[in-house]
Structure formats: structure tokens, C-alpha cells
Ligand binder design. Structure first.
Ligand SMILES: Cc1cc2nc3c(=O)[nH]c(=O)nc-3n(C[C@H](O)[C@H](O)[C@H](O)COP(=O)(O)O)c2cc1C
Length: 205
């Protein structure tokens, strides 16, 4: 896969996850080593990772996730074009405990209480590039994942479960990781073309 293919075909992988094949720690660590090449504000490198493979712990996280996902679903009226994504989201929620590895991505420091754009951009902008790097590195090796956040409604409970020091470290995302089942390559993601979203010199959108 060349770089452009990788960038345009790294999707939210849910139904294609192979729930029966374990994921070797060495694969995960190799991909995490790519994740940590991401940029961060003043090169803080705030990322920390907890990889959960213990079935009993995955089961507990999945229960929190399912509650969070159900609340998310009940609070919204999806557009017709979002129904397929939500259906596959429900599939993932139902099977989360079966996914071989759950990578909980953490960031040192709590998110800023001051909601200014600058502070928020600095905090989240210093961690999400690492998440995306991880998704790309996984896909490049024939693994797949989805960026998920539904469990964060229960961040404190999951912090207790995983012994994450809640006051000093925030969970920002969880990636359920598995090998991809054989099948046709994912088509490039359908997105609104950039030309419709870009103005030149002055905002015209
Ligand atoms: C910040 C963020 C949070 C997300 N949270 C969830 C989630 O909790 N559960 C889930 O199934 N997908 C989640 N997604 C995945 C999106 O639904 C997915 O990236 C989007 O629909 C595009 O999918 P595609 O690349 O396959 O077209 C999240 C994505 C982002 C960027």
C-alpha cells in the first residue's frame, strides 16, 4: 500500500475485525512506536497507552462502552447517511469484549477547564495526531481499529479498573484492535471534496 492509499483507505474498521485471531504484543508495540512519532506541543509527548487483553477486564470495559454508546444513540436523530455507520457502531458495541486488544490512549494532564480554543487545541492537538498515526500504522500491517470515545462517559470507572491516576491522566480514546479478515480492500472514504470546503483569501463558505 502506498502512502496515499493508506491515507484514503484507513477507515473505521468494525465488521471486518477478526475476533478469533489474537494480536501479538510485538505487532502492537511496533505500531505504538509509529504512534509516538506524532507531533505534540513543545514536543511534550503526552501519550501513554494501556493495552487491555485480559478477557475479564475487556468485558467490564465493554459494559461501560455499551452504556455510553446506548446513551449516545438515544440522544440523537441520525441523518439517513449516518445510519450505516451507526449500525456498524452497534455491531462493534455488541462485540467489543471479543476484540483481541483494546488500546486505551491516555494523555498526561487533565483537559483544560478553561475552554478557550487555544488551550483546547494545545491539549487535544497534542494527542490526536498520535491516535491517527496509530490507526495508520495498524492498517499498514493488516490490522484494523476504530477511534472510539463512547466509553469516556465512564472515564473515572475505567480509570479505577485500570489503575490510571484520574487526576493526572486523561483517557482520550480507545482503539479496539484486531487483524482484518481477508476481503476486498476498503474503498477510499466518501468525503465532501475539499474544493467545497475551502475558500481563498477570505471566508466564502
Ligand atoms: C473523536 C471521534 C470519536 C469517535 N467515537 C466513536 C465511538 O465511540 N464509536 C464508534 O463506533 N466510532 C467512533 N468514531 C468513528 C467515526 O464514527 C468514524 O471515524 C467516522 O464515521 C468515519 O468513518 P469512515 O472513515 O469509515 O468513513 C469516532 C471518531 C472520532 C474522530
Amino acid at each position: 500500500m502506498n502512502g496515499l492509499e493508506l491515507l484514503t483507505t484507513t477507515r473505521a474498521f468494525r465488521r471486518r475485525l477478526d475476533l478469533t485471531r489474537p494480536v501479538d504484543r510485538r505487532y502492537l508495540l511496533a505500531c505504538l512506536d509509529i504512534a509516538v512519532h506524532a507531533p505534540s506541543g513543545t514536543n511534550r509527548q503526552p501519550w501513554r497507552f494501556v493495552v487491555v487483553q485480559d478477557p475479564a477486564v475487556k468485558q467490564q470495559i465493554a459494559e461501560y462502552y455499551r452504556k455510553g454508546f446506548a446513551a449516545y444513540l438515544s440522544a440523537r436523530t441520525p441523518r439517513p447517511d449516518q445510519l450505516a455507520d451507526l449500525a456498524s457502531g452497534s455491531y462493534l458495541a455488541d462485540h467489543l469484549h471479543e476484540v483481541p486488544a483494546l488500546v486505551v490512549v491516555c494523555s498526561l494532564g487533565r483537559p483544560p477547564a478553561d475552554p478557550s480554543t487555544l488551550r483546547g487545541a494545545s491539549y487535544y492537538g497534542s494527542i490526536y495526531p498520535a491516535v491517527w498515526n496509530l490507526l495508520l500504522a495498524l492498517h499498514e500491517r493488516g490490522l484494523g481499529a476504530t477511534m472510539t470515545t463512547a466509553h469516556l462517559a465512564y472515564e473515572r470507572e475505567i480509570a479505577d479498573l485500570l489503575a490510571i491516576p484520574f487526576d493526572e491522566v486523561a483517557q482520550v480514546a480507545m482503539l479496539p484492535v484486531a487483524h482484518l479478515r481477508p476481503g476486498p480492500a476498503a474503498p477510499p472514504a466518501r468525503r465532501t471534496p475539499a474544493a467545497e470546503l475551502t475558500s481563498w483569501d477570505i471566508w466564502t463558505l
